[in-house]
Every structure is written in structure tokens, then in C-alpha cells.
Design a protein around this ligand. Structure first.
Ligand code: SF4
Length: 492
């Protein structure tokens, strides 16, 4: 999971680029970067949070131009190294810059092909560099000095043909315009906004609609699955279309965006993330009811589970209390690269309010249980604070399979729910009872917001992958790669 943004505006863009990027900080804390253009590319990127990378006026004063790209990174393919921070750019043809969110599943074979057959050198282990090279290769052979929309569509077709997986991409072709596209199945999100209340239209493209709100773009929509948008820099005209060959692909956005990744104030595929979480809480309450537990108080694991927990408590007529206080200055544990870092940061990040636990039967509500380390820490914290009984409810279904589309849960061994029933899971995390949301209720909570949605990517809950290239061999290759990257991160 990463956050991306592209802006084409009428005044210097860096300040607003930075503001938009801050809206996406939750999507990646490993690295951040921006690129602007004023006749040449200006880039600043580095490891850490946006505030670490852009900490002084000097860091931004050279980033001139009215067009720019921004990125916050969370590592999937590639490690935690500076070379893997985005944006990336190539000087030929034209000068093209890129940011992406997602994962190229056949990265290794594509890289080999680019190096051996196309004789290109890749500087990083970031899969976005492979996408950039495929796109650039396709535009290198056009006869004119400017690309037409149909040539851009052909270049994206080459990307779809060669780079499998799920990714949203924003590119800038220097002096020509911004290009944005979403993978043929629309697994990763992307939103396109336009402002016409200024002397020239202005445009924004971003991972989440909260960026549009933050930057004052009232007119925005989702980029459709497989859709390619080109904004011509000179005319400010917008071209949009789909690659014919991929038109029939089903639209299956990632269900986990609504569960955890996206901000509650975002709309993903027109469904309000906050409302979907409220419905998940409502349905989870029905599940909890079946167990006839003696519960004194409902306590959310902050922050993402709060919306669901409030609704769950309301449905069951139970007390809701904020029993865990979060230190906001420690990063999201799910996206810490290693297990040890995750466990220790949970203890630093959450502190119990003893009075809310002492001698009480508490129901903790969280968005999910992935590896179980975080849940185990929190259950232990509740017991140490004096809870009599600790029940643990997840408002998403049991996670059992790795995500190969851009989320850091890529090895099968990592899932506590894989091959275990709820009693075994409860015993492992030290809870008196574990309760999960049934998968159909999790999906229903999102369907309710947009009756045109027919299906989702839900592979991490079912083990069935929607893209054809996922095979046993490819899974082994990705898992090995992930292990290597994590080892490299932990030893660096
Ligand atoms: Fe989202 Fe899970 Fe699909 Fe990954 S496998 S894209 S996390 S639903």
C-alpha cells in the first residue's frame, strides 16, 4: 500500500502537493518524495515520514513548477532503501516521471526481460521502475515529438501486457501532460478531480478522495478499472479511454481499503469508508449476540476500529469506552516492516486506562487479526490493567492468504487464522473468546453504499486470486523475495 498524487495547477504546486501528500501519510511511512517540473525535473525524496523528508525550507524551495507528482511509500517489492523511494524518472524518451501504488506480481521475469532483451539497466528493486521502462520503451518508437492519446493508450496496453498484478499509476511526460491509469480489475484505488473555477482548469489525481477535499476539488470521480486518463498540458484538455483488450475485465476493488487502509473520510468507488465501517460494526454486533457473552464494556483498538465499535456497542446496548490511548507520534503497526518492530511499537503506541479495564469483562474490537502479535499484546495489556475477561472481535473475516497486490502480508505462515479454528486463535492470543465477522457481512457493508459494485478482490480472506498469473511457482518466488527484503530491512 502506498499513496500517490499528481497535480496540474496554475500556480507553484509544491505547497499543495505537500498538503495532499500529508493527507495520504497513513498509506506509507517508509519513504516520501515529490517531483515538480518547470522545464526540468526537480526531485526530493528520502526515507521516513513526509515531515522528515521535507523538514526545512531548503528542502522545498527548489521544487519549482505548476505540475508535480508525490508519493508515500510502504515497501512490498523492493526494500527500505533510498534507491526505492519514488518518484522515478527516465530521460528518454521526452523525460518521463512516475509514481505508483500496488504490485507487479511478475516483477522478476519482467526485470530479466528488460535487462536481457531490451538492454535496459534498472537502478532499484522497485517494481515501478519496471513499469516506467515498459511505458518508455513503448513511447520511444513513436514518429512525432509529442505523443497522441492513442499512442499513450498503446503504451499503457504494453504495460498491462507485460506487468501483471494490480497497480494505480500517475506519470508525467515532460512538456506534454499527466497520464493516470488504474489496473484492468481496478484493485487499487485512484481518484480524478477537476477545478474549473480558475482561469485555466486545474487537475488532481490521487489514491483517495480525501486529497480532493483537502485541496478544494469539489468535482471528482473514481478512475474506472483499466481506464487511462491523459491531461494535455498545453490545451488542458482531458482525454479518457480504455485499452480495448482489457475492457471486459471485471471491476473488483480491494475490500481491505474499506476495512483498514483508507481514511474514513474518503470515498472509494463512491462508497463512504466511514459508513461501511459503521455497517461492519452493526453486523458484527449480530455475530457477538450469538455467543451470549457477559460483556461490561466495548473498547476499540484505536483508530480504525472506533467507527465499527461505537455502532456495535449501540446495537447491543452496551457501554462504549475509550480504554486504550494511542500515542499519535508512533507509526501504524501494520505497516512497520518487521515483526519485532511491530510488537515493540504496539507497546509504545497503546496505553490502557486502568479504570476502564479493572474487574470488567471487556470486548475489544479491532479491524482485523493478521499475524496475531498485535492482538496478543493488546489482550495482555487488558489483563495487566485488571480485566476479568477479555473477548476479542474482528470486524473483518479471518485473514488466511497473502496479498500479492501491494500489501505487506505476503507469506502464508504469517496468518494466525490459517488452519486454525476460533478457539485455537483465542488461546494463541490469550483471549477468552475470539469472534469474527462473517465474510458475506463484511462485503454487504460495502455493497450497501453502491449497488453497482458486483464483486471485490477478497483473496486474502478466501485464497482465490482474481488475476490469472498467480501460480504456485509465482507465489513461491514472491514469498522468497519478501523474506529477503524483510531480512535486508531488519539488518540495515
Ligand atoms: Fe486487498 Fe486482500 Fe485483495 Fe490484497 S488480497 S488486494 S489486501 S483484498
Amino acid at each position: 500500500m502506498c499513496g500517490i498524487i499528481g497535480l496540474m495547477e496554475n500556480t507553484e504546486v509544491i505547497e499543495r502537493l505537500n498538503r495532499g501528500l500529508l493527507t495520504l501519510q497513513h498509506r506509507g511511512q517508509d519513504a516520501a518524495g515529490v517531483l515538480t517540473y518547470d522545464g526540468r525535473f526537480h526531485t526530493k525524496k528520502g526515507l521516513g515520514l513526509i515531515r522528515d523528508v521535507f523538514s526545512t525550507y531548503d528542502d522545498i524551495r527548489n521544487l519549482r513548477g505548476t505540475i508535480g507528482l508525490g508519493h508515500v511509500r510502504y515497501p512490498t517489492i523492493g526494500g527500505c532503501r533510498f534507491e526505492d523511494a519514488q518518484p522515478f524518472d527516465v530521460n528518454y524518451p521526452f523525460g518521463i516521471a512516475i509514481v505508483h501504488n500496488g504490485n507487479v506480481t511478475n516483477y522478476h521475469s519482467l526485470r530479466r526481460d528488460l535487462e536481457l532483451t531490451k538492454k535496459r539497466m534498472l537502478y532499484s528493486t522497485n517494481d515501478v521502475e519496471a513499469i516506467l521502462n515498459v511505458f518508455a520503451e513503448a513511447l520511444a518508437h513513436i514518429p512525432r515529438s509529442r505523443a497522441t492519446f492513442s499512442e499513450i493508450l498503446n503504451a499503457v496496453e504494453s504495460v498491462f501486457d507485460q506487468a501483471k498484478g494490480a497497480y494505480s499509476v500517475i506519470l508525467y511526460i515532460s512538456g506534454q501532460g499527466l497520464v493516470a491509469f488504474r489496473d484492468p480489475c481496478g484493485i487499487r484505488p485512484l481518484v480524478f478531480g477537476c477545478r474549473t473555477d480558475t482561469f485555466l482548469p486545474q487537475y488532481a489525481i490521487a489514491s483517495e478522495s480525501a486529497v480532493m477535499t483537502s485541496l478544494g476539488y469539489k468535482n471528482f470521480r473514481d478512475v474506472e478499472s483499466g481506464e487511462v486518463i491523459f491531461i494535455d498540458e498545453k490545451s488542458r484538455r482531458v482525454y479518457s479511454g480504455k485499452v480495448q483488450k482489457y475492457k471486459h475485465y471485471p471491476h473488483i476493488p480491494c475490500i481491505f481499503e474499506w476495512v483498514y487502509f483508507a481514511r474514513p473520510d474518503s470515498l472509494i468507488d463512491q462508497v463512504n469508508v466511514y459508513k461501511s465501517r459503521v455497517f461492519m460494526g452493526k453486523y458484527l454486533a449480530q455475530e457477538v449476540k450469538k455467543y451470549e457473552l457477559d460483556i461490561d464494556v466495548v473498547i476499540p483498538v484505536p483508530d480504525s476500529s472506533r467507527d465499527a465499535a461505537i455502532e456495535l456497542a449501540r446495537e447491543l446496548g452496551l457501554k462504549y469506552r475509550e480504554g486504550l490511548v494511542k500515542n499519535r507520534y508512533i507509526g501504524r503497526t501494520f505497516i512497520m516492516p518487521g515483526t519485532e518492530e511491530r510488537s515493540s511499537s504496539v507497546k509504545q503506541k497503546l496505553m490502557p486506562i486502568f479504570a476502564e479495564f479493572k474487574d470488567k469483562n471487556v470486548l475489544l474490537v479491532d479491524d482485523s487479526i493478521v499475524r496475531g502479535n498485535t492482538s496478543q499484546c493488546i489482550v495482555q495489556m487488558a489483563r495487566e490493567a485488571g480485566a476479568s475477561k477479555v473477548y476479542f472481535a474482528s470486524y473483518s473475516a479471518p485473514l488466511i492468504s497473502p496479498c500479492y497486490y501491494g500489501i505487506d502480508m505476503q507469506t502464508k505462515r504469517e496468518f494466525i487464522a490459517r488452519g486454525r479454528n476460533i478457539d485455537m486463535i483465542a488461546s494463541l492470543i490469550g483471549a477468552d473468546k475470539v469472534i469474527y465477522q462473517p465474510i458475506e457481512n463484511m462485503l454487504k457493508a460495502v455493497y450497501l453504499g453502491n449497488n453497482e459494485l458486483k464483486d471485490f478482490c477478497k483473496a486474502c480472506f478466501t485464497g482465490t486470486y482474481p488475476t490469472a498469473e498467480i501460480s504456485a511457482e509465482l507465489i513461491e518466488e514472491i514469498e522468497n523475495d519478501r523474506h529477503q527484503a524483510l531480512k535486508a530491512c531488519q539488518s540495515s
